[in-house]
Write a protein that binds this ligand. Structure first.
Ligand SMILES: Cc1cc2nc3c(=O)[nH]c(=O)nc-3n(C[C@H](O)[C@H](O)[C@H](O)COP(=O)(O)OP(=O)(O)OC[C@H]3O[C@@H](n4cnc5c(N)ncnc54)[C@H](O)[C@@H]3O)c2cc1C
Length: 390
């Protein structure tokens, strides 16, 4: 099924695989085959127009591009123009709506205060001292204690506790403290969700951006084809850039890496606007979803976009083998297992580089994914140059 001359194979047509395929074709001027088990390219960034309304919907949850890395911003702008959209997130708690992340607006609204920026740090310190368990100076024993030691119990219980419990399916008291090192708290009225200087949405959508990324004539993309379908016929001299799950590569021989899953429930609603913003968090544990996404708000430059709207509610859930994995569960045993798989990869499959969010078993924003793929490409290029010089 595969040509014996094949030199580069990319597994997974998401962002990591797409950047590597593009670089191999454009810079090394080598043919590259990309296989993708889904019916579409773009991985979890995929978006498509909902047929009834024409509204662009993100299949795997809202994806907003943001970065502070100059080489990533320069690179990604070769494939799309970006809009000037800046992401804002609101959170609903006990029937009131607050801006996120926690900042002056949320704290003043929640506590009925009028704190000034210079008063914020002292206020949070006093809140933490008043409510933190173990004020004897001991280390926080779990996520709850850690969060309370940073922002105090009332803010923790309003905005962190229920959301975290839903997100991870566990009481925050059962989660390790080191899941959070800090909580982003702003001491001003800036309600932008991201701090990065470069932010926006692809002007013509993610599908068009990925079409450009895969456009090079030396790239052949085959969708509906999984690694397992062709693994036995890959020539030994072929370099494989693998962005599928790391444990799947070894048939889960050492056990399965743990992931958190998501389920999206999408509705078409007969109103032009349902929630007035793109992403609305639900902080309370009684509401079973964590976020609702109203996609038309990601593109205000497209205007009203008709009399209907599309909203998708996001429900976290356990992730069984075969389910779509979303968030790695970053516990010490999982990290150790990931290390064991990496060691086996280096020892047993020297022609395979595993990366991206699944192959690297890590949460990566889109910009970090691109940056990582560019770094992997630099190593490939050095190896190719050595080969050409020999
Ligand atoms: C809910 C959610 C929201 C997010 N929102 C943002 C955001 O707003 N901004 C941001 O910067 N980042 C966001 N991200 C992160 C973003 O999704 C990742 O940075 C990006 O998807 C990583 O790209 P990737 O190529 O590593 O993985 P993926 O996009 O998952 O691509 C991997 C591809 O490999 C394919 N594949 C897997 N196994 C096989 C196999 N065995 N054979 C063949 N193909 C295979 C998969 O089908 C998939 O298409 C979000 C992530 C999540 C989970």
């Amino acid at each position: 099924m595969l040509s014996g001359d094949l030199k580069y194979l990319v597994v997974g047509a998401g962002l990591w695989g797409g950047v590597l395929a593009e670089r191999i074709a454009s810079v090394l001027e080598r043919p590259v085959l990309v296989i993708e088990k889904r019916a579409h390219t773009g991985g979890n960034c995929h978006s498509a127009l909902e047929p009834d309304t024409g509204i662009e919907c993100h299949a795997y949850g809202t994806h907003v591009f943001h970065t502070s890395i100059p080489r990533v911003w320069e690179y990604v702008n070769r494939f799309t123009q970006f809009t000037s959209y800046r992401h804002k997130v609101l959170t609903e708690h006990r029937g009131r709506v607050y801006p996120m992340p926690i900042g002056l607006a949320a704290v003043n609204m929640f506590h009925g205060l009028n704190l000034r920026p210079r008063e914020m740090a002292g206020f949070l310190r006093r809140e933490a001292a008043a409510h933190a368990p173990g004020t004897d100076g001991g280390e926080p024993a779990n996520l709850e204690e850690k969060a309370v030691s940073l922002i105090g119990r009332p803010l923790y219980e309003a905005f962190i506790k229920g959301y975290t419990q839903k997100q991870w399916g566990k009481d925050p008291k059962e989660l390790p403290a080191d899941i959070i090192t800090r909580l982003p708290v702003r001491s001003d009225y800036n309600t932008d969700y991201f701090n990065d200087p470069w932010q926006g949405m692809p002007l013509r959508g993610y599908a068009a951006m990925f079409d450009e990324l895969f456009r090079h004539p030396l790239i052949e993309t085959r969708t509906g084809l999984a690694w397992a379908d062709i693994a036995g016929s890959v020539p030994p001299s072929c370099a494989v850039l693998y962005s599928g799950p790391l444990d799947e590569l070894f048939g889960y021989a050492l056990g399965a890496l743990e992931w958190r899953g998501l389920r999206f429930e999408r509705d078409i609603l007969p109103w032009p606007d349902a929630q007035g913003t793109a992403v609305l968090n639900q902080a309370d544990v009684e509401i079973p979803w964590t976020r609702s996404h109203e996609f038309k708000h990601l593109h205000p430059e497209r205007g009203r976009q008709g009399d209907k709207t599309v909203v998708a509610r996001e429900y976290p859930r356990a992730c069984q083998r075969g389910d779509e994995p979303y968030y790695p569960v970053n516990t010490t045993p999982n990290q150790a297992l990931q290390g064991e798989y990496q060691a086996r990869l280096a020892a047993e499959m020297p022609n395979v580089t595993a990366g991206g969010r699944l192959g690297g078993y890590r949460y990566l924003d889109m910009d970090k994914t691109i940056d990582d793929a560019l770094a992997v490409f630099e190593k490939l290029r050095a190896r190719e140059n050595r080969g050409r010089a020999a």
